[in-house]
Unconditional design. Structure first.
Lengths: 136, 81, 136, 81
């Protein structure tokens, strides 16, 4: 399951859809909007995306993870648009028979997503706003 | 037919638009299209060493050839996640 | 939050309680009751625990993880008693500013839990039942 | 006062109980208590190399001394998670 959405991400529904009776392990990563960034207080975020390319890259990432690690299924959901502190910008969920490959795949996907998926974050502070360029 | 050109994040702010189009004539490769917009928008100069190119939703090199009907995008290093 | 329970584990409520505005990453592991084990079809499971010692060990594990990794908070919930296929036997949740330590801590906790926390799994098959002894 | 002795998992099945108690006299250490139950329940022999001991909810060695009021547990290698 690969999705870009402008709504709140419903992690529970992603998890429920992903799990099957042959799975023994489920690993989940959520990126959350923090109230601070490199010492500055953050009011909220906006994410912009090159949607058609980003979706294609999410699919390629999931396919690569399934070839590279012994996992059964993957879900990657990234939110775009305005996000408040504490809301979830990205969810990566992995189901597999065993936990080792699930952890490895989840980490591979979030690390690589931050390098190659064309999505950009803009941080809004009390005194202005800045596009973040490159992973940090 | 023409080339569709997309800008994202700070490059869209500089260009004042997310999308434009261009007659392909005289633009043999991705880099020549970027140079054209650097002339239109001098602030693109600051992105010369970091800008990423894509051609039809695949990362592309400066020398990747372009043709009528292609979609090119210019954007800064990504920061999703 | 450290808990042994005989009820279904409510992952969403654990996650909601754990997250704070200063967190940027949330990593979750769920151990799920699989329908098979080493080639045998599994009907259901039962977990037995030395409850007072197990709870103490969960607390020690969480404290160790918080000293060893740069995370903000930990929840470890293990279920005991009868569990059906697809149900969740253990949930480990980590919230932190950054993702690296959250993944490392989550994996450390589940790996170590499987070595030192006095809980035992009994697998029920069509033709009998077996106590599992040691991690596998 | 006496020693409280707990058994778990397959050891509880063999002993037919999860809990019993013992007068501490004559049992200087954890191992001597295990030996007593190995005489009571010969199947405990099969666990000699793998059994784990705890004393008052801490992992203990065979030689760990025991005294009145202690809680000892005997169990197989753990398999939670």
């Amino acid at each position: 399951m690969y999705l870009l959405t402008r709504e709140c991400i419903d992690t529970k529904s992603i998890a429920d859809k992903l799990k099957k009776p042959e799975d023994g392990a489920f690993v989940l990563f959520e990126g959350i909007v923090r109230n601070n960034s490199e010492g500055k207080s953050v009011r909220f975020l906006e994410y912009d995306g090159y949607e058609s390319m980003a979706l294609k890259k999410l699919e390629e990432l999931g396919d690569r993870a399934r070839r590279q690690f012994e996992i059964r299924d993957v879900a990657i959901v990234h939110r775009l648009g305005h996000m408040e502190i504490g809301e979830c910008s990205v969810v990566i969920a992995i189901s597999s028979a065993h936990r080792g490959p699930a952890f490895d795949a989840c980490r591979f996907i979030i690390d690589t997503l931050k390098e190659i998926v064309p999505i950009w974050k803009k941080e809004f502070y009390e005194d202005g706003e800045v596009w973040i360029e490159g992973p940090k | 037919m023409s080339i569709r050109v997309l800008f994202f994040a700070s490059l869209a702010d500089i260009a004042g638009t997310r999308e434009t189009s261009l007659d392909a004539a005289g633009f043999p490769d991705v880099k020549s299209v970027f140079e054209k917009f650097t002339r239109d928008f001098p602030s693109f100069e600051g992105y010369r060493s970091s800008v990423l190119f894509s051609l039809n939703s695949e990362f592309a090199r400066p020398g990747t050839p372009v043709k009528d009907g292609d979609e090119i995008a210019f954007f800064p290093p990504v920061s999703g996640g």
